[in-house]
Design a protein around this ligand. Structure first.
Ligand code: HDE
Length: 742
């Protein structure tokens, strides 16, 4: 079997001074610059020209006539409604047409506006204008998603997560339509419908929603070994992240960067989160799905509203054309990572998400990302998955929008002028003319889509040759890397350089901490226990055994299959860093929530909320005070609270009486903490669930009696007690939150 020769004995390569960044000033003299000013302000200004504010205005019909009354027009008081009633017809008809087809995949998601700031002048690796100068800002829109679930599914489904980013550069839109894992299930785009049909609900009963725990998904995975690497990432912590703010992003394919003089580098794009990575545990994710299906979109929205702007650094692994097969696998195979020890990530700049959409449909639902949206300075590679995607996105978007003019929608419209002979079609959107006197001082706004050139062809003399062809020096046109070449006999085959499906899943498995390995085993036990076919279950174990006998044996044990014999011909001991979701501390605690379990009957316990908040405020952590009923300084009631709402739970001094008697031995005596104000035993349930889900748990003063009620030893990791809510206790809690899971 093939083992990645060069992955053996990985040696860290220092990611010190960056050899690629050019001088600081470095604005490319060949490119006309626009006076863009602040990019964040710019994107708001751009969209704000389309905002419709219904303030202090009268109701009108769709064509502007005032509407007097909102009852249907009928013949007589009890009579039939008249067809003539255009007000009725307009309203119902618009309602009937409100929905567009949801995305075929990645239907469930949330987005936000942001700003990209370049760390330098990168013109010696790319002509891309948004990377041409240190501090240069470019407006962005980013959408996070799950893959398999429909638009109304729960945010916390176990899945690969979409991480699609758009740069509205001054030379057109550039999209990196990536995921939160660096690899994909298949190598050839022609298999995508098979993958998605296998993962999506069954054809007959449309069950299960947003889940891979069923026969067809595992049938496909075990028959298609190329999927194993991505499957392992999805079954690890990456599959159920704590929030969209706690994931990294990857462009997955190898792309090309091209300089003005046509030199190319091969690159892998990375988005490295500055918050750190964090994951749910499975039971917690499932409970969250039921309690708050909007958990992640709410987290993103509220963080941005609170001014806690999440940030990611854009990095690239830079490789030479000659490196295509150098690492023991093919750089055009999207099921492979390039270990960072072999090629470190060079950070090019930073994205900050700092503004929520004003309207979900107009912005998040209608944003149409395409891997084919690239700008000069970026080029594709021969990766067959990427090649197929270049067809699919435009095609599916034509279906979603009903025609080709979706690029004219405000959220899709480039901030660079558009001049070409493509025109007409349903829904052409006329808009502001940038040269009109009223907005002439806002040169970045609006495009004219009522084409005034009657000669829509090229070449022409009638319109003085315009729009003229751009090239590298005049007009700055997109250009294909000049040295790219393609030849070969026509064939339908998988490249022999794509054959090894097992080395990298094993590399991934070898590189995880024990807790994350157990996480994968638990996930696979759950998923395969839901698989009914013994043939499929057996096939799964055969494939897992090619990755690791330990993994296969542990999963097999739970589904009644004999432990397989090790197959040493597949195994190696290589490891790599930076790939687990576990094992690193969070770098920022922004927007994490601590539930203070208090009691209105003990006002001093409620007052601890403010003290705890002041101990945690500097870290951006919010305290939520929970009590039996609403009252001053109480944020929510026990009846509306659950452990899944909090990243840590603290029992207030004085609230211990709500947690049941200390005398029980095995089963918590919920009844003794009963109140008619909330379901029996709820305070204790919150504490026990928080502990079970590996969250930080704390108790102040006598509150620690509640720990005893829950049989939680205060010596356990992640359990903190303090006599008062002082700074020392706050420090402990923050440390617990940084560790995140125990
Ligand atoms: Fe997609 N994918 N995909 N995909 N994908 C879509 O395009 C497709 C793939 C990804 O937030 C669709 O406009 C094919 C890889 C994201 O709006 C569709 C193949 C990666 C999003 C489509 C892939 C992705 C999509 C559905 C195999 C990570 C959501 C709606 C060749 C690098 C973007 C749409 C958003 C969406 C097709 C594989 C990421 C059907 C055929 C690999 C993040 O066109």
């Amino acid at each position: 079997m093939r083992v990645l020769a060069l992955v053996t004995g990985l040696v860290g390569i220092a990611n010190a001074a960056c050899p690629y960044m050019t001088g600081e000033a470095g604005d490319n003299p060949h490119i006309e610059r626009r006076a863009d000013g602040d990019a964040a302000a710019n994107t708001e200004e751009f969209l704000s020209q389309f905002y419709l504010k219904d303030q202090d205005v009268y109701l009108t019909s769709d064509v502007g006539g005032p509407i007097e009354d909102q009852n249907s027009l009928s013949a007589g008081e009890r009579g039939a409604t008249l067809l003539e009633d255009f007000i009725f017809r307009q309203k119902i008809q618009r309602f009937d047409h409100e929905r567009v087809p949801e995305r075929a995949v990645h239907a469930r998601g949330a987005g936000a506006h942001g700003t990209f700031t370049s760390y330098g002048d990168w013109s010696n690796i790319t002509a891309a204008s948004f990377l041409s100068a240190k501090g240069k800002q470019t407006p962005m829109f980013t959408r996070f998603s799950t893959v398999a679930g429909s638009r109304g599914s729960a945010d916390t489904a176990r899945d690969v997560h979409g991480f699609a980013t758009r740069f509205y550069t001054d030379e057109g839109n550039f999209d990196i339509v990536g995921n939160n894992v660096p690899v994909f299930f298949i190598q050839d785009a022609i298999l995508f419908p098979d993958l998605i049909h296998a993962v999506k609900p069954r054809g007959d009963n449309e069950i299960p929603q947003a889940a891979t725990a069923h026969d067809s998904a595992w049938d496909f995975f075990s028959q298609q070994p190329s999927s194993l690497h991505t499957l392992l990432w999805a079954m690890a912590g990456h599959g159920i992240p704590r929030s969209f703010r706690h994931v990294d992003g990857f462009g997955v394919h190898t792309f090309r960067l091209v300089t003005d003089d046509g030199k190319t580098k091969l690159v892998k794009f990375h988005w490295k989160g500055l918050q750190g990575k964090a994951s749910f545990v499975w039971e917690e994710a499932q409970q969250t799905a039921g309690k708050n299906a909007d958990f992640m979109r709410q987290d993103l929205f509220e963080s941005i509203e609170a001014g806690r702007f999440p940030e990611w650094e854009l990095g690239v692994q830079i490789m030479e054309e000659e490196d295509q097969l150098r690492f023991g696998f093919d750089l055009f195979d999207p099921t492979k990572i390039v270990p960072e020890e072999l090629v470190p990530v060079t950070k090019l700049g930073k994205m900050q998400l700092n503004r929520n959409p004003m309207n979900y449909f107009a912005e998040t639902e209608q944003v149409m990302f395409q891997p084919g949206h690239i700008v000069r300075g970026v080029d594709f590679t021969e990766d067959p998955l990427l090649q197929g995607r270049l067809f699919s996105y435009l095609d599916t978007q034509l279906n979603r929008h009903g025609g080709p003019n979706f690029e004219q929608l405000p959220i899709n419209r480039p901030r660079a002028p558009i001049h070409n002979n493509n025109r007409d079609g349903a829904g052409t959107v006329p808009t502001t003319n940038p040269t009109a006197p009223s907005i002439a001082n806002k040169p970045t706004l609006g495009q004219m889509f009522i084409p005034l050139n009657p000669n829509a062809y090229s070449p022409n003399t009638e319109n003085k040759g315009s729009p003229k062809q751009a090239n590298q020096t005049v007009g700055k046109g997109f250009f294909t890397a000049p040295d790219r070449a393609a030849s070969g006999k026509l064939q339908r085959t998988v490249s022999t350089t794509f054959e090894d499906a097992w080395s990298q899943p094993r590399l991934f498995w070898n590189s995880l901490v024990d807790a994350e390995r157990q996480f994968i085993v638990d996930a696979m036990r759950f998923e395969t226990s839901n698989v009914k076919s013994s043939v499929v279950r057996n096939n799964v174990i055969i494939q897992l055994n090619r990755i690791s006998n330990d993994l296969a044996t542990r999963v097999a044990k739970a589904i009644g299959i004999a432990a397989p014999k090790p197959d040493d011909s597949y195994y190696h001991d290589n490891t790599t860093a930076h790939i687990g979701a576990f094992g690193q501390k969070l770098t920022k605690l922004d927007g994490l929530k601590v539930g203070l379990l208090a009691s209105v009957d003990k006002p001093a316990s409620i007052a601890q909320g403010a003290k705890l908040q002041s101990a945690l405020s500097s870290a951006g952590v919010d305290v939520v005070v929970v009590a039996e009923r609403m009252a001053d300084d109480v944020d929510q009631t026990y009846s509306a609270s659950d452990a899944v709402q909090f990243d840590a739970v603290v029992i207030a001094d004085g609230a211990e009486g709500l947690f049941g008697s200390k005398s029980f031995t095995s089963v918590p005596d919920k009844a003794s903490g009963a109140s008619t104000l909330y379901p029996a035993g709820r305070p204790l349930d919150i504490l026990l669930d928080a502990f079970r889900f590996g969250k930080t748990v704390g108790a102040i003063g006598k509150g620690s009696d509640a720990l005893q009620s829950g049989q939680i030893s205060s010596d356990r990791e992640g359990v903190y007690t303090g006599s008062t809510v002082g700074d020392a206790f706050g420090k402990d809690l923050k440390e617990g939150l940084r560790t995140f899971k125990f």
